[in-house]
Design a binder for this molecule. Sequence first.
Ligand code: ADP
Ligand code: MG
Length: 320
Amino acid sequence: MGAEFDLIARYFSRPVPSRFLGGGDDCALMPVEPGLQLAVSTDLLIEGRHFFPGSEPRALGHKALAVNVSDLAAMGAQPLACVLGLSLPKVDDAWLAGFADGFYALADQFQCPLVGGDTTRGQQGICISVTVFGQVDPARALRRSAAQAGDDIWVSGTLGAAYVALLLQLGEIGPDDAMLAATRTAMEQPTPPLQFAMSLAGVARAALDISDGLAQDLGHILKASRCGAQLNLPALPLDPAIRGLPETLKKQAALGGGDVYQLCFTAAARQRDTIVELAAASATPVTRIGTITAEPGLVLRDEDGHLSPCSIDGFDHFSS
Ligand code: ADP
Ligand code: MG
């Protein structure tokens, strides 16, 4: 046990702001502003499933927190703090130092201090569990069930880069070192558009973060909101790094590619100017990609105006 406390003291005990009671006690304490509610989300990252064995630890520390903050962003919530559960097969100081640096750098950037956690020796493979806490006005929170027929559909950032980086790493396409260099940051160190997302609370209607692919994730909004959508294919903001790929692969990357950690959201047409202004204020690219329809189902509109039902699936952890 001595080694465990030593490890926590060395790597995961950086100071927290004075309004928190941080690590060292049995619970962390954090203040929530009157009238707001706690927003909580948790995610697991398992070696061999969510990241390659031997992944760069700094990038992994970044990603472990980024995918969680992405869930707060998707609700329009402001981060308060996070906790970190770690199961490690062995104590590797170089790995821990890199991981902690990547994690704390993003925690500082998002003002989401690490206030506690749990550390244990595990059997095989690294297992990382992060829980984030945020606060949001429940009347302004962005919910999946809030889309309405006639809403515009928007996405932030670009699509497809993380998916293409994954295919390149798996050797399913390529090799193409230049394309891998241009896409791997999207896969290894995604940075959710938190400021922009927080500014959308009360402006947008429904929102989520794209983790399993645009088509599948938008499907969650459509189901929860009991409506359908028409997507304008030529409008999808493909990442410039993957422009050279064949059309079918680009379409699959844009509609089915996961690990994006950007927002898909809906908003009334009268909010268009406001949304463009908010995006500019946080230097976030934003693109209008379609419309919510009263008829259920996801329909794709190609450059010639032809309509076809969407047949692209995203990622499903239990499908294989
Ligand atoms: P307990 O026995 O109450 O579970 P622990 O011995 O597991 O407490 O942890 C001691 C303290 O160190 C706690 O305050 C806990 O929040 C903190 N801690 C443990 N692991 C981590 C970690 N990976 N990151 C941040 N804080 C941690
Ligand atoms: Mg413990």
